[in-house]
Design a protein around this ligand. Sequence first.
Ligand SMILES: [Fe+2]
Length: 321
Amino acid sequence: MIYGVAPLFCRPWTLNGIQPRLIESHYEHNYGSAVRRLNAVTAELATLDIASVAPQLLGRLKREQASLLNSTLLHELYFASLGGDGRSVPAPLSAALARDFGSVDRWRQEFMALAESLGGESGWIVLCYVPRDGRLINQCAVEYAQGISGAVPILALDMYEHAYTIEFGANQTAYIAAFMRNILWDAVEARLASALNVAPPLKLEQPEFGDLPSIAPEEVRAMMTSGKRVQLIDTRPRHYTTKANEIASGAVWRDPERISEWITTLSKDEPVVTFCVYGFHIGCQSAIALREAGYDARYMRGGHAAWKAIDGPVDLLKQQA
Ligand SMILES: [Fe+2]
């Protein structure tokens, strides 16, 4: 692929407190150089004989390519972030900022403080939309890297020295303030509107258990911490527990093969949560059997493994006879 330069999005002469020569230099030299080097590295990669190339060379070129592609994309977003009055945040975007940061002012404070936190180092401050979470987040990306996977950047502030020293010297604070005064909020809002159409990553689906009530491990932990009564039943298969040495604190292990023997020992006055190793079949089937018998039962999503992943407390599992 050959990457083409995108035309300059903002009109430099309209900016408030940022001179056209700074934008021109930034666009022509720094952005242009990133695109040219991206094409050079991409062309070099295309000529490689993968079967015989030194792995170190391939690795270096691929890292360089990713860094230059990110530089290209972020610069295009940076120039497209400028050209407004910095004040008029459209209603849908201000509502989203208020939802995810508390208020537009709090978002602004965090965004600017993050830029100041670089303290002379280079990096990018980026406002992103994360489709998986349906949320906006500010991030600091150094070395044109550390992009949040799957996130859609909608506003970018370039904190590399080349973006401000010609005009602001070492005064990053003045540069950050000037950037904020020139944000083109309508364009940011348009990018958010299109980012909202990005589907989140596929989630685990178990259609056969689609209607079965479940509960997240974090909720189970919160119930137990708050002293809420819950009967937590570990129904990992016997062959698995003979190799395991831990059990979620507060849970009792019951053999899923012998559910008819222990089901009557449970109380129908308190909810039951069952779980297996990973949250697939056994825990779900146990919950189904319990519900059919009239218990308020749910299965814990992700099972014992998810409990470990949230660092839920565990006890030593005594081997069953
Ligand atoms: Fe730059």
